[in-house]
Design a protein around this ligand. Structure first.
Ligand code: ZN
Ligand code: ZN
Ligand code: FE
Length: 750
């Protein structure tokens, strides 16, 4: 050993690639005076550091100090060991990657950082009001990359040659823009312009013209990070006009607010929600409306989705008179959102009155992420409605090896997942796989993920439903196919999401999924684990008059519930269908029960989007004034040994209370309470039978916060460990994770 000089070998795992980690190490080395090197490896970043004991100590401490790490970096583990010093070493080097270059992860797109914001609004800065300002800590990534290795030539920034000033920053390890591939300025980067309704460029200040259009009440198409948005003022006139032009159903519109003050004028935001809004990923966060029953033209329920400006372009647009805008994705109904200028002008004709366009191409469509903050029993955590921009393609880390598995998801809210080591590369939001355009987008993204992450799938997993386009795609791959029952996949998804092994009870409630008996399932109580799952209990099926038609015509389900319970009041036509069982598939789906009960309580006949009845029933229950009691139900065991929850007694009680003039809000709350109570009763029975005391909650019905909160806490009160999703969505979007888990544990064809 020479005079107190130490040398260590260190290795860091976690999210440490593509997030500016090596430049961070270089700066840390400069500050502490250590010499050595750093490089990306297949597992993270590793290297060596040398200096006196104190310098090495500070360097090591800095490696894991969350206050110092680049904003997106997450260190999972850091190990180090002493090795022999290297005499005469000077400087700290960033080495080329160790392997094939593919291990450098592609970062998600990141919202504009505070440093860039300051420069954007600083008249003295050379990028003052430049709409494409970015740096190592922020900017476009996933949406502009065409291939690996990730460098400028591989992105849609390739056509913009860096000017001398930008190139100097890019090459300077001390600079915030060191190796920032999309680095640019007004002298060398993309250009923004405003176009009128005809798509032709208008001379003059683009932002000012766009703002003027909005203030006149017009609809503006804005080219964003992963697609176009349609924007307008949030008042009733402008947003109703947008809704009419878009032929949009009553699905809520999201808002973009200038800052937290603007958010708070409309909604209530707690500390965790504020943190999610302000963080680098900039999702849409669902917040409670400040005033109950307000802004009905924006949202049909008590929540409203809000996001903050996440690109410099948005920040400039919001820096005007309006501090809040409707910002909804510009997708022609049911088709993927448009991403190119020509496509936008062609397909938004008659919808947009003007366009904010630029010449940086969007390589991959990526819609906004949507989440809420929910209590997962250990604290308030992210609960995804949609995991997309800002999160994809960052892998979900799981506890087992899943290399070479491609999980294809379901049909609605389609997504896919590709496994490599213990990382699951989860797709962005794709949409409902119900048309050729969405299927093409899905297939393109599978191919893109395979090439970006260097994954050659050896096996595919799909849903049991043979007609899903994802299931058909599975057959076309020519690879061995595992088919996993829909609700089994939901359950395993929640287990993998929470790192659970062994066996659990799963309460899996959703709208529709094909069951093992070829009927529609969706109100399921399952037991098992990765090795296999069985159906222990379920809702007693009801008939869906007209099949899928009942999804929109919820009065048919209301009629079916009446008919089933032996009550009068069903429409004669529906009753005749039910009597003769004409096109009346049985379903144990929980989502449909919500729709039917909503129809019974309110008399509403149709809904405009799938699951709206359930959304509105929850919103209705939120208005209940007092602690509503519960209603009778009955449990019995059917001929196949499955415990069944019979809701007919509840329907009879609900209808009689309704006819007696009871307040519908109170009845809606009683319905929720009844389901919670019955689910707890069933879980207690299953625990008695199996000894299992952990419950996972999954399925789209658990977007319902009254159920999620109520059932979680009631189960905890009974001594159960309760687990909800927190890294993938509880909806069908999260299914691919469960499919992948089934394939990795030698699961058999369901
Ligand atoms: Zn930045
Ligand atoms: Zn430049
Ligand atoms: Fe589902």
């Amino acid at each position: 050993m020479t005079g107190g000089i130490q040398r260590i070998q260190y290795a860091v795992t976690g999210i440490v690639q593509g997030v500016g980690f090596r430049p961070f190490l270089h700066r840390l080395a400069r500050e502490t005076g250590v010499t050595g090197f750093a490089r990306n490896t297949g597992h993270g970043v590793s290297g060596e550091a040398q200096g006196d004991a104190q310098a090495v100590g500070v360097f090591l401490a800095g490696l894991t100090d969350p206050r110092r790490l680049p904003p997106l970096a997450v260190v999972r583990e850091m190990t180090h060991q002493a090795i022999a010093p290297v005499p005469g070493e000077t400087g700290f080097a960033i080495c080329a990657s160790a392997a094939d270059g593919r291990e450098t992860l592609i970062s998600p797109d990141i919202g504009m950082c505070e440093d860039c914001r300051r420069e954007l609004f600083d008249p003295a800065d050379r990028r003052y009001r430049y709409p494409f300002i970015n740096c190592t800590n922020c900017g476009p990534r996933f949406t502009i990359v065409r291939r690996v290795p990730y460098d400028r030539a591989s992105t849609t920034m390739a056509r913009f040659a860096m000017c001398a000033d930008c190139a100097r920053e890019y090459g300077d390890i001390e600079d915030r823009r060191y190796h920032a591939q999309p680095d640019c300025c007004s002298g060398c980067g993309p250009r923004l312009w405003y176009a009128g309704a005809d798509g032709n460029e208008q001379p003059g200040d683009a932002i000012a013209q766009a703002q003027a259009l909005l203030m006149r009440g017009g609809v503006l198409a804005v080219k964003g990070l992963g697609g176009f948005h349609l924007a307008c003022l949030p008042d009733e006139a402008a947003s109703s006009m947008l809704r009419a032009r878009k032929h949009r159903d009553e699905k809520p519109f999201a808002l973009m607010c200038r800052d937290m003050d603007a958010v708070r004028r409309i909604c209530i935001a707690g500390a965790e929600e504020e943190q999610a809004l302000l963080g680098p990923r900039k999702p849409i966060v669902l917040l409670r409306k400040r005033q109950r029953g307000s802004l009905t033209w924006l949202s049909d329920n008590e929540d409203i989705g809000v996001m903050l400006p996440y690109t410099p372009l948005h920040a400039l647009l919001m820096d005007g008179e309006a501090d809040t805008l409707v910002m909804t994705s510009a997708n022609p109904s049911a088709l993927p959102a448009v991403i190119s200028n020509d496509e936008a002008v062609a397909s938004l004709h008659g919808i947009a009155d003007g366009y904010l366009l630029h010449d940086r191409e969007i390589e991959a469509r990526c819609d906004d992420s949507v989440l809420r903050i929910a209590d997962d029993g250990r604290g308030m955590a992210e609960y995804f409605i949609r995991r997309s921009r800002g999160y994809a393609p960052q892998p979900v880390h799981i506890d087992f090896d899943c290399t070479g598995v491609l999980a294809l998801g379901a049909e609605q809210k389609a997504s896919f997942a590709l496994g490599k080591g213990q990382d699951v590369f989860y797709s962005q939001h794709i949409g409902d796989l119900k048309n050729a355009e969405t299927l093409a987008h899905y297939e393109d993204q599978i191919a893109r993920y395979m090439s970006l992450f260097g994954i050659e799938p050896k096996r595919v997993v799909c849903d049991l439903h043979p007609d899903y386009l994802s299931s058909r795609y599975a057959g076309r791959t020519g690879l061995p196919v595992l088919r996993v029952q829909h609700h089994h996949a939901h359950m395993l998804s929640c287990m993998a999401d929470n790192g659970l092994d062994g066996e659990c009870i799963g309460v899996i409630w959703d709208g529709t999924g094909l069951g093992e008996d070829q009927t529609i399932w969706g109100g399921e109580f399952l037991i098992g684990g990765y090795g296999g799952v069985s159906r222990a209990a379920s809702m007693r099926p009801i008939l869906l008059p007209g099949g899928d038609a009942a999804i929109r015509q919820i009065s048919r389900i209301g009629d079916s519930l009446l008919w089933d319970a032996g009550l009068p009041g069903a429409s004669p036509l529906t009753a005749a269908m039910l009597d003769k069982r004409i096109n009346c598939p049985p379903s144990s789906g929980m989502g449909r029960l919500f729709d039917g009960v909503y129809a019974l309580l309110t008399g509403r006949r149709d809904v405009t989007y799938e699951g709206q009845g359930a959304v509105l029933l929850e919103a209705l229950a939120c208005g209940a004034q007092d602690e509503a009691g519960s209603l009778p139900v009955q449990l019995y065991t059917d001929e196949s040994g499955v415990l069944r929850l019979d809701t007919r007694p509840m329907i009879r009680a609900l209808v009689s209370l309704r006819d007696g003039g009871a307040e519908s809000a109170r009845l809606a709350m009683m319905f929720h309470r009844t389901l919670i109570g019955a689910a707890v009763q069933i879980c207690v029975q299953l625990r008695g039978r199996t000894g299992l005391d952990r419950v996972v909650l999954s399925g789209g019905v658990f977007f319902n916060q009254i159920l999620l909160r109520g059932l979680s806490s009631a189960l905890r009160d009974q001594g159960f460990g309760v687990y909800i999703h927190h890294r993938v969505s509880t909806s069908d979007e999260g299914i691919a994770l469960g499919q992948l888990a089934a394939a990795c544990s030698g699961g058999q064809d369901a």
